[in-house]
Structure formats: C-alpha cells, structure tokens
Ligand binder design. Sequence first.
Ligand code: TYD
Length: 217
Amino acid sequence: MNKKGIIVSFEGIDGSGKTTLVKKFYKYLIKKKYDVVVLHEPGGTKIGEKIRRILLDKNEKINKFCELFLYLASRAQLIEEKIEKYLKEGKIIILDRYIDSTFAYQGYGRDISLKFIEKIHKNFFGEKIIPNITFLIDEKPENLIKVLKNKRTDRIEKESIEFQRKIRNGYLKLAKKNRRIKIIKRENKEKTFEKVISKWEEFINENRFYKKYYIEN
Ligand code: TYD
C-alpha cells in the first residue's frame, strides 16, 4: 500500500531543461528536510540502463512497438525495484520523464493509440504509480535547436523538428486532459524554477491531491 509517498514527474520535449530543474527541485526539497529521491527514465535500474542503451542507440532503426515495449520494460523494472518501495517508505520520488513521455512520444509522436498505451499501463501497473503532480516544461522546438546542437546527439534527438512539434502538441493535449499536469512555460532557469516552486507550494499547502487517472477525459 502507498503510505504517503508522492510521485512528482518532469516532462517536456528534448532539450527543454528538465534535468537541470529536477536537480534544483531535489536540492530545494532536501533543504526543506523532505525524504526525497531522484529517478530517471528510461533507466534507473541496472536492467533499465541496459535497455536505455538500446533505445538511445543512434545506429539502430527501431520498430515503434519494439520501442514502446522497451520503454515499458524499463518502467516495469523501475516500478518493482524502486518506485513501489520508495512509495511505501513515504518518500517523495522525483522522476525525470515518466509515463507521460510514453503518451507523448509513442502515442502522439508515433501514432500508437493512447487507449492502447493506457490499457497496458492499467493492466501492468494498476493506478497507484500515476504521478501526483507533473510539471510540463513547455517550449517551442525551434527555440531549442541551439541547445540540442550542443548536446550529444542520440537517436531520438536526431529526429526532425516536425517530430518534436508533434510531441509538444501531444504534451499540451495531455495537460488539457489531466489536472495533475501543470504547464510551466520555459523562461530563464531561475524564473522557470520559481514557477515550478509556486505550483508545488500550491499543491502541497492545499493538499491538492488529484484523483489518479492515466488520462482524465
Ligand atoms: P534522455 O537522454 O533522458 O532525454 P532528455 O535528457 O531530453 O530527458 O532520453 C530520453 C529519450 O527517450 C527522450 O527523447 C524521450 C524518449 N522517451 C520516449 O520516447 N518514451 C518514453 O516513455 C520515455 C520515458 C522516454
């Protein structure tokens, strides 16, 4: 049973700066004496990191269902090894990408039915592993090209700007459907972080727990 652990996920297109925000958010919570851990997807476990290497290998052309099931495989391992345990211990789990990445990339990006993805999640994992709150760092892909050029280019980051646009629109649609997803418009690091904190404080002070849905409507 979930004692009182909380799952907070960070989402956004490639290069949106989630990882920096995750680090800042982690430090912020540690200062406030919360019991907090950071995990990332794909990966986060020994098996998951092996799967991650396959997924991000730029030399492979991967079938979209093969890709979907590898992300899910990595997630299944992470949930059993870490997320369920940390939830029982009452920890705050910060996730750098999580289930909404699958809806956005494999669902909206690769045109796999959202209902199908939702069904697999429900059957595999039930509902307890749905995030309590999700920060969607939103930016137009064309504004991130410079960031992406400076980064190591793995298979996915090499995909076209059109693909990133599809993902962004997908994320925005998901946010419209789910109250737990908070859109954070990307500005400079400090301002973006302030917005995350303000939404977080609102959530935690008002004890605003959302009923758990993969997709609310
Ligand atoms: P990563 O290097 O972690 O990207 P970032 O630093 O931008 O978060 O690579 C993760 C990639 O995997 C990213 O392009 C999104 C993709 N992805 C999916 O397509 N589906 C998923 O379910 C997850 C978790 C990630």
